[in-house]
Unconditional design. Structure first.
Lengths: 307, 307
């Protein structure tokens, strides 16, 4: 095999109470990467298919950086030609850099006949996250690679937990097309939190994980509460509280900021409710005069895959 | 029925990462309360059977306060004679006040033919906690009343989650007989935590809850890590790090401070390991010259009960 085409999904990280820890994979929306093995040690990145202004210089491109690290680890004498089609917009808060990093880690591993473990793939993909935002976080790349709902229990050592998802749990996401830079949305966070607020937050983390394991949709909804990040980051998202209010009125279990925003996610029980939430998002965002995309998705059981 | 005898168990609250949220019930060790219905509106508390110096004045006694609130809520014209036998030592960190409050809430409810819900019983028992420590916390009374492993997701409204426990999970507790007052051990905590530390803590909460649901003993062990409370409170417990080190060497999955201490708990897979941990605790505490009690217990499925 000297060619492969793979896909890695968009992801929702943080999931309200689980800042920097929880994340889940969407279905269908994602990045596609075509790889071709080259006989010499070069990495060539074709012009990127999709919006945004991403560099095609290998050392400045997420796919290039991830692929280079993997080729080095394999001590390979070969190179790669890469063609990326962006399905996740940079700056959307839907794990754009993670989708690119993950699809690369997955595809290179497949092309070389799976020399790396899942955990190693997450570690390679984290290098792409570091290039994109300065921080090697894993809460998007873990679900983008492994699918489903994941928790990063620890970074040192890296410990990824896969949490089961109830059958009827659907996500509705609205991406208001304004750019929120991950770095800015990280820098405005306070570095200290009150202990009593942190306790409320981990109470909700316990509730959310318990709700997912026990298919208790109401508990999932009650636990989607964020006392720490949402009050600060929501300021960067015009109409955030209107959007979430109308989603809840339409029957959503709960809502939150996807990653560092500006996308807003909601979870619902069943497709009909997820669609009603999409209509509510649509109506409200139209009134607010925001350009936007809306996605309805099951929480995807599969992450990165060959297509 | 005008008499009842009931039991409520000792409990381990906090459980390392889950400060003020998580707790579980022990087997066998606990408080016993004998209640007798009186024809007039008085509460009489017989001298307390057991160590400690607890008041028998109804308004200064945990059982008295809880019983009075319940009689008032029932608009009862009757009274109660109460005889408490303490099996949980005050100031042990094993939920002494919670055992007394919970056995009262449970027994009064039984005697009046169960007019209150489980949640209401927790709320009544919390009044006893408030009398004892100034704070109406529920992380001991919830497992003391309901049994098993519990999480307090929220106080407003009160939301208690019962988390399943793997069959072979056993607890070994050592109670070094020094007094650590709940109020003091609460006052020495810092009121602010670093966000990055809080994130590690809720990563472990996610891991612990996932480990309990999936019977993943190793994950339970890895998640029993406390970055916030243990570094401060362990100073009040002579030999804390020696005790936990030797418990881990004996095969414990993990360790932590029980409640506000000084008791130290460990969780193990299976009775033989729990016994080895007990031996390690015994040996080390003897070397340290501490007087102590040691208990080995399954995490009790049942909480308060008629005996």
């Amino acid at each position: 095999m000297n060619r492969i085409k793979a896909f890695a999904p968009a992801t929702v990280a943080n999931v309200s109470c689980g800042f920097d820890v929880l994340g889940f994979a969407l279905d269908k929306v994602g990045d596609v990467l075509e790889l071709e093995l080259l006989p010499n040690q070069t990495i060539i990145i074709d012009p990127i298919n999709g919006p945004g202004n991403l560099s095609t210089e290998p050392e400045k491109n997420i796919c290039g950086v991830v692929a280079k690290a993997m080729l080095d680890a394999l001590d390979s004498k070969q190179g790669l030609r890469m063609k990326l089609t962006k399905g996740v917009l940079p700056g959307s808060g839907l794990g754009s850099s993670a989708a690119s990093a993950s699809v690369t880690a997955f595809a290179v591993n497949e092309l070389f006949n799976k020399p790396f473990s899942e955990k190693q793939l997450v570690e390679f993909a984290m290098l792409g996250e570091k290039l994109a935002s300065g921080t090697a976080h894993a809460d998007n790349v873990a679900p983008a690679l492994l699918g489903g709902f994941t928790a990063i229990r620890s970074y040192d050592p890296l410990d990824i937990i896969r949490i089961p998802v109830p059958d009827e749990l659907y996500c509705t996401v609205i991406h208001p097309k304004i750019e929120v830079r991950t770095e800015l949305s990280r820098n405005i966070l306070k570095k200290q939190v009150e202990l009593k607020i942190a306790i409320k937050q981990w109470g909700n983390v316990a509730g959310l994980v318990a709700g997912l394991y026990s298919s208790n949709y109401d508990l999932i909804g009650r636990s989607l509460t964020d006392y720490i990040i949402e009050p600060v980051r929501s300021r960067l998202i015009p109409g955030y509280y209107e959007l979430t209010k109308y989603a809840l009125l339409a029957g959503a279990l709960g809502c939150g900021i996807s990653g560092s925003g500006p996308s807003v996610f909601s979870l619902s029980k069943g497709v009909p409710t997820a669609q009603k939430v999409a209509e509510a998002f649509n109506e409200k965002a139209t009134l607010l005069g925001l350009p936007f995309d809306i996605y309805i998705s099951k929480i995807a059981d599969k992450g990165a895959r060959v297509i």
